[in-house]
Design a protein around this ligand. Structure first.
Ligand SMILES: [Fe+2]
Ligand SMILES: [Fe+2]
Length: 483
């Protein structure tokens, strides 16, 4: 791999963990690096590895100047290892060890649990790159193509972040896990990625935007709760990752928002009042709002599954051990021990969907998922503002958490998006109204025509309000062909 042979580790891995003085970890990472590049070249963005992409690279942890923008060929991206600054006074803020000094080394008794948490998080990072690798070819603009690649290289960096922790703190089994992270493949029958949503296809750009809105947002919630960890290096790692994750949320929310905006605009221009007149809307070369709703239904429910079972002893153990907290743990007003309180959980009781009080410790997943749903709802409301402003009578809605589930309380039943229990027959009859059908997929695919002219956008999506790094509308975010 000629492009990368000149990589100089003493300058090429930006890091604030004193890597140069840590020969053991440096050597382990050097040994891991060629496999990573190999993975990136075979499983990373297909067809654009020699293009110059206007990317942001994390170079510092100073909130005011942590990144710089420049043209970079992706395989030469500087995947650095950056941790948020250490707070010498930091304490474990929840669970049985509440009040103890935060741990700088792995507590022996929690080693296996902690490794598992890091590996599961780490596995999602390369998975999404694999899922998105074909999308460059059908990018609706250079701006969007650049955003895709930005998300991809940052997920690559997030893999580095987890691999650093494995190498630094988990010895031989850490090295083996790091190796495995390069071996599994999204959607592979024999060696799939660890979590369901990360083995699903991302066939088109609307899926990509929905994925970054819904599934990266699960990632954000997981990182938020790991950022609370009593194991300080994990906390510091996740806190820095969250600064990058914010951009992924932005890409998803504005991507869907721009598709909605373009649809409403085209409907208005054509004088179409009925958003359910799908055939008429599709003749305009835009994505009808009911199909956008179906895509949201799909990605929301796949992402809900990522939170695991509503009631879970594993989650209780992670919390009680001080390894994984709640969303914004330190801002929650309670005892942060949770041994004597309950939390309401939506459950299936006697074939009915009912709210049941469960011990708060075992309901930790449910609580994180509730916080997630609130966060999603914020974005959906902002999308609805776009529709409202255009004067179209339609509102997007998050479906019931009982709808289309494969994990947890509702995995064995079928329910409608408004939470009515259904027989198998009723479900089969109606599911194409609620989830993207083959026909919907074919239509969206027909719109996925590349639009790579500077400042131009595909028929189905509106331009962004502002450019990346304040660049003008016709900025060449990706120089596809270079000499
Ligand atoms: Fe990530
Ligand atoms: Fe992300």
């Amino acid at each position: 791999m000629a492009e990368t042979s000149h990589v100089d580790y003493s300058t090429k891995i930006p890091n604030n963990v004193g890597l140069m003085d840590d020969q053991r970890v440096l050597k382990a990472l050097e040994q891991w690096h060629p496999g990573y590049i190999d993975w990136w070249m075979t499983m990373g963005p297909e067809g654009f590895q020699t293009s110059d992409v206007y990317l942001r690279t994390a170079i510092s942890i100073d909130p005011k100047g942590w990144a710089k923008f420049d043209y970079v060929k992706m395989p030469e991206y500087r995947w650095g290892i950056l941790l948020a600054p250490r707070d010498e006074e930091r304490k474990v803020s929840f669970g049985a060890h509440k009040g103890e000094k935060a741990w700088q080394e792995v507590p022996g008794e929690y080693r296996a649990m902690l490794r598992r948490l890091i590996v599961v998080q780490g596995d999602t990072e390369p998975a999404s790159v694999e899922q998105q690798r074909h999308l460059g070819k059908t990018a609706p603009s250079l701006y969007d193509m650049r955003n895709l690649f930005q998300v991809n290289v940052e997920e690559g960096r997030h893999l580095w972040a987890m691999v650093y922790l494995l190498h630094k703190y988990f010895g031989k089994d850490g090295r083996e896990e790091a190796e495995q992270l390069l071996q599994r493949r999204s959607g592979d029958v024999d060696k799939p990625r660890m979590l369901g949503a990360f083995n699903e296809a991302t066939p088109d750009w609307l899926s990509f935007f929905m994925f970054t809105f819904f599934t990266d947002r699960d990632g954000k919630m997981q990182l938020e709760s790991l950022a609370q960890s009593g194991f300080d290096p994990l906390s510091r790692t996740c806190r820095f990752m969250l600064t990058e994750e914010a951009h992924h949320m932005f890409v998803g929310e504005t991507g869907v928002g721009r598709a909605i905006e373009r649809t409403c605009q085209a409907m208005k221009e054509a004088g179409i009042e009925d958003p359910y007149d799908v055939a008429a809307v599709r003749r305009l070369g835009v994505i009808d709002l009911p199909t956008i709703q179906k895509k949201a239904n799909l990605h929301f429910t796949l992402s809900l599954d990522l939170f695991g079972s509503e009631v879970s002893t594993n989650a209780a153990n992670y919390y009680n051990s001080g390894l994984k907290g709640r969303f914004q743990e330190t801002r929650v007003e309670d005892d942060h021990v949770l041994t004597s309180v309950t939390y309401p959980v939506l459950k299936l009781v006697d074939s009915e969907i009912r709210m049941v009080e469960e011990p708060a410790l075992t309901a930790i997943n449910m609580r994180l998922r509730d916080d997630y749903v609130k966060d999603c709802q914020g974005g959906v409301s902002r999308w609805n503002k776009v529709i409202e402003k255009a004067g179209v009578k339609f509102a997007l809605k998050l479906p019931s958490v009982a709808f289309h589930r494969h994990i947890g309380e509702f995995r064995n039943i079928e329910a409608s998006p408004d939470g009515q229990l259904l027989s198998q027959g009723e479900w089969e009859k109606s599911k194409d109204q609620w989830l993207p059908s083959k026909e919907d997929g074919d239509y969206i695919e027909s719109l996925m025509q590349p639009c790579w002219e500077r400042g131009k956008f595909a028929s189905w999506i509106a331009p962004p309000k502002v450019g990346i790094d304040n660049k003008p509308g016709d900025f060449e975010y990706v120089k596809i062909h270079n000499g």
